[in-house]
Design a protein around this ligand. Structure first.
Ligand code: GLU
Ligand code: ASP
Length: 497
């Protein structure tokens, strides 16, 4: 047994897990703290401390931003495998993320917003996939603590995501002291997000030196000169193509935020299609592996619909919280942004319940069956939100319990899809495409949010009943179709459960 296997310093896990746990906890703290107030920062009037954008554009930007953050993990995974190794890639990512929050902490308007988005998209792409894969790297193949290690790591994610939507909006309101003269100073909130990422970086740098293996300092599959030139060629072609597309849009007077968002939506839908076709046609993929990739297609589709609904919590449900919800219980007042804590709170509450369930339920459904049920729950979480409008009209405010109920339902769906999906993705991956397949999992989220960036334009208080019903029913219907396909998908999975 190697020295690393004996290390049980962190809840019975290697000490390196503590370093990665706190890195990711702080990174998610900064990300979800920023997102909890960003929507409001964008559309609040300038006199209220916002940028005064129109609400529809703001909602659409929130979604495409969320999409790009996960799309860019493709680049981060690649850079780590072939150029920097995971340790440095994560560090560079963290620095870019912190800079992204600092830019928003300055009162520099719309251009700062776009600069911040660019920094955080690239930074998260570098950090997120590699910090997770380093968790896997802490354990030898035989080490049975791996699953428990991942559960602890995911708990860290949720602690960060839970605390931030409470603390960051509070900072943006001067911690309850009337220091800003206005109700909101969003820049103060973004500063706290930057501080969070800074703390994450400091402990990553200190802990990493002591507890992370030196393997993580070098790439697994270092790039050679020929490949490098080829890549540079394609990057240049890509940049030129984008520049031409933007110039053409400008030429016909169509270069605006909405059209750029549409272009990015198309990209986020085209990329997974390209990946599936490539994997299915690759000579490196065996016949059995090809069948498993086919089985993954409906699972990907389901995951995209689920993430579309889950991620709309920081957009559509955030609007509902701000505009349609009573923001106090008795004398206890809270901010609309605080509702974002419900998602990770329910994850922390429900995880032990589901761990118990999967251990004890003998005839439990297979992964596709759980996905089907997940889609039904996700759909119900939306259909539930059509009720307050139907019962009381869409102009007043309703009890916060409506939102609490919706998040409860969507988190049951998350329990049925997110951890199950992560593990089935690794099992169905063809050998030659292990890390790309992991990126496909994040891409499902990116695709779901890219679709949101388009449909969210139809959401307003006036259309909420139709919106929640339409999207909810689509998810339920796909859930039912998925139930009908379970047997077929199981056959295609070729012995994987
Ligand atoms: N919400 C989770 C996180 O921030 C999972 C996102 C995903 O897997 O797409 O880590
Ligand atoms: N559900 C998200 C992720 O697991 C967290 C969030 O949206 O706050 O962890």
């Amino acid at each position: 047994m190697g020295k690393r296997d004996l290390d049980t310093a962190f809840f019975g896990q290697p000490k390196g897990l503590s370093t990665l746990f706190f890195t990711e906890m702080w990174e998610r703290f900064s990300y979800y703290g920023m997102r909890a107030i960003l929507l409001f920062y964008m559309y609040y009037a300038v006199t209220k401390g916002g940028l005064g954008m129109d609400q529809t554009t703001a909602a659409s930007i929130m979604s495409i931003y969320g999409s790009l953050v996960y799309l860019s993990t493709l680049v981060g995974g690649w850079l780590s495998d072939r150029v920097w190794g995971s340790r440095k890639t994560v560090f560079y990512g963290g620095v870019l993320i912190m800079l992204g929050h600092i830019v928003l902490a300055l009162p520099a308007g719309v251009s700062a917003l776009y600069a911040s988005i660019a920094l955080i998209v690239v930074g998260t792409g570098l950090l997120k996939p590699n910090v997770s894969s380093m968790v896997g790297g802490l354990y030898s193949v035989e080490d049975r603590r791996r699953d428990a290690g991942f559960s602890i790591f995911v708990f860290g994610i949720n602690i960060g995501s839970f605390l931030a939507p409470l603390l960051v909006p509070w900072a943006a309101q001067g911690f309850g002291f009337n220091v800003f003269g206005t109700e909101w100073n969003f820049h103060a909130g973004f500063s706290l997000a930057a501080v969070g990422m800074f703390l994450g970086l400091v402990q990553y740098a200190l802990g990493g030196r002591k507890y992370l293996s030196t393997d993580s300092l070098t790439p697994n599959d270092p790039i050679d000169k020929g490949d490098l030139l080829n890549i540079i060629k394609w990057v240049v072609i890509g940049i030129v193509a984008i520049a031409i597309a933007l110039a053409a849009m400008a030429g016909v007077g169509q270069l605006n935020v909405n059209n750029v968002i549409t272009l990015l939506t198309i990209l986020a839908i085209a990329l997974p299609i390209y990946y599936f076709v490539m994997m299915l046609r690759s000579p490196k993929v065996t016949k059995i592996e090809r069948s498993r990739v086919k089985a993954y297609i409906p699972l990907f589709f389901a995951a995209a619909i689920f993430w579309g609904i889950e991620e709309s919590g920081s957009v559509v449900l955030a609007l509902f919280a701000e505009q349609r919800t009573v923001l106090h219980v008795g004398s206890w007042h809270f901010a609309a942004a605080n509702f974002q804590s419900l998602n990770p709170l329910f994850i922390m509450i429900l995880t032990p319940v589901f761990v118990w369930l999967w251990e004890h339920w003998k005839k439990q459904p297979s992964a596709p069956g759980k996905f089907a049920a997940g889609l039904v729950f996700a759909g119900l979480s939306y259909m539930w939100m059509a009720l307050p409008g139907m019962l009381f009209g869409t102009s007043g405010r309703v009890s916060p319990l409506w939102l609490v109920g919706s998040w409860f339902l969507v988190e049951i769906a998350e329990m049925l899809i997110s951890p199950i999906g992560l593990s089935i993705t690794t099992k169905l991956a063809p050998n030659a495409f292990r890390s790309q397949m992991m990126s496909m999992w994040f891409m499902a989220d990116a695709t779901g949010q890219a679709v949101n960036a388009q449909i969210v334009k139809f959401y307003s208080s006036g259309t909420e009943i139709q919106y929640f019903l339409a999207v909810g029913v689509v998810s339920v219907i796909f859930g039912i179709i998925m139930f009908a396909l379970v047997k077929k998908i199981n056959v295609l999975m070729e012995g994987i459960h």
